[in-house]
Design a binder for this molecule. Structure first.
Ligand SMILES: Cc1cc2nc3c(=O)[nH]c(=O)nc-3n(C[C@H](O)[C@H](O)[C@H](O)COP(=O)(O)O)c2cc1C
Length: 417
């Protein structure tokens, strides 16, 4: 299983807003992820950006005027509508939204939108008053009612100088929505995937904690991969600086004990738990109510008590259990010992001293160990791809035959991979 965007065709409609510059970034990110992007510019968009900017990035021709005999659309005006897996209109002006809501088709973009059977995502961008106008609001409601996904607009500083609701959402958020929509009907439909992420914090006093360097990136990437295969993805997240991923439910916790409770609650109806969090092994025996003063002493001793081993304590009859072993030495031996002692089905081991893998990086180099003694050594890859590889291994391990049958059926129909 690779990135859901690979080899997908996305029709990207760009309309006459100053936010057009963000569409160039979006086209670039989508192209880098392996999708083929068919850009359609409205007349308004052509005042802000050129076809050349998009064709240089997408390496594909750009559609402008459907009546231009040099345009592919002059031969087959619904060509993009028919081949696209998804139509994205970003930025979407009030004008184009109004045309879409009324079923008009007087340019290449609106004709494509009207003719397509693919899902449609619209990212409005406009002055706050234009967005707040009852006409626009009614048009947005109409599109939603017809199944169009409306993303944003966000609040913030607008090109007009006003601060309000009208900004097009950022590329990263749109990428999440696009992946989620394309992943609907994937091979994890009907499956609940619970992932822990981040580094727990154990309070010493109201201002000090014991924690670790985990960024949360690995766990979040696994949850996003599960989302992109149609799964219900939940992250039990210890403190981290990452934005909540689109389409992933995030349960925020602080301490190991909080995490244990949240994970135990979430696994009730889950199919797999993947513990990618760095859970503190120890917590202070007591937490002071007030900030501890420096005082005169030159030494300070803290007494710790052991935290529970969360994954070892989870039932394994219906739940696939996947652990992570972040090691700085004896990686293989330590991972194999943890696999057995914690009753895991799979363990992903990584050397956190490597500079291109482990904590805080976007890439990881992981080895997977299973109960049959199998070892899969994976090359350096993005944490998102590692997430997919782990889920590939988890899929045949599901312990509930009925749900698996449903997922296999979806797989055959949906044609993932
Ligand atoms: C400088 C400038 C910025 C504009 N920005 C927006 C915008 O962000 N959102 C919007 O709905 N209209 C905006 N407009 C107005 C649209 O370009 C205009 O309504 C146009 O007819 C839209 O056509 P289109 O949707 O076919 O591209 C802007 C106009 C100008 C001159």
């Amino acid at each position: 299983m690779t990135d859901i965007l690979k080899d997908k065709i996305i029709g990207l409609g760009v309309t006459g807003s100053i936010a057009c510059y963000k569409a160039i970034d979006l086209a670039s990110k989508l192209t880098q992820s392996g999708a083929g992007i068919d850009v359609i510019l409205t007349r308004g968009a052509r005042e802000f950006v050129t076809a050349l900017a998009f064709s240089a990035i997408t390496h594909r021709s750009v559609s402008e005027d459907m009546f231009d005999p040099r345009s592919e659309l002059s031969i087959d005006h619904v060509a993009i509508a028919e081949r696209a897996d998804l139509i994205v209109v970003a930025p979407a002006t009030a004008h184009t939204i109004a045309k879409m809501a009324n079923g008009l088709a007087d340019d290449a973009l609106t004709a494509t939108v009207l003719a397509t059977g693919a899902p449609i995502l619209v990212a409005p961008a406009m002055d706050a008053h234009m967005f707040g106008n009852p006409a626009t609001q009614e048009n947005v409601r109409t599109l939603k009612r017809r199944g169009v996904t409306i993303v944003g607009p966000a609040s913030g500083r607008l090109a007009s100088g006003l601060v309000g609701k009208g900004r097009m959402v950022e590329t990263a958020e749109l990428m999440g929505w696009i992946r989620m929509i394309l992943g609907q009907g994937g091979d994890l439909v009907g499956r609940k995937v619970v992932v822990s992420a981040g580094g727990t914090q154990e309070a010493i006093d109201p201002v000090r904690v014991v924690t670790n360097n985990s960024s949360g990136k690995m766990g979040y990437a696994i949850a996003e991969a599960a989302r992109d295969r149609g799964g219900e993805a939940v992250v039990v997240a210890a403190p981290n600086a990452l934005p909540d991923p689109v389409g992933v439910r995030v349960v925020n916790v602080n301490t190991a004990l909080d995490m244990q409770k949240a994970v135990t609650d979430e696994i009730e109806d889950a199919d797999v738990v993947i513990m990618a969090a760095a859970v503190s092994d120890w917590r202070p025996v007591t937490t002071a109510d007030q900030k501890i003063k420096k005082g005169e002493s030159t030494e300070w001793n803290l007494e710790f008590t052991k935290n529970p081993d969360i994954i070892a304590g989870l039932p394994s009859d219906k739940l696939v259990k996947v652990g992570f072993a972040a090691e700085t030495e004896d990686l293989i031996a330590n991972a194999q010992t943890k696999l057995v002692s914690k009753g895991l089905d799979l363990i992903a081991a990584n050397d956190v001293t490597a500079t291109d893998a482990g904590f805080a990086t976007d890439t990881n180099r992981v080895m997977l160990f299973d109960r049959e003694g199998g070892i899969e050594v994976m090359p350096l890859m993005s944490k998102y791809d590692v997430g997919h590889r782990i889920l590939d291994r988890v899929k045949p391990m599901f312990k509930d035959g009925l749900k698996q049958d449903i997922a296999v059926g979806e797989d055959a129909a949906g044609g993932r991979d």
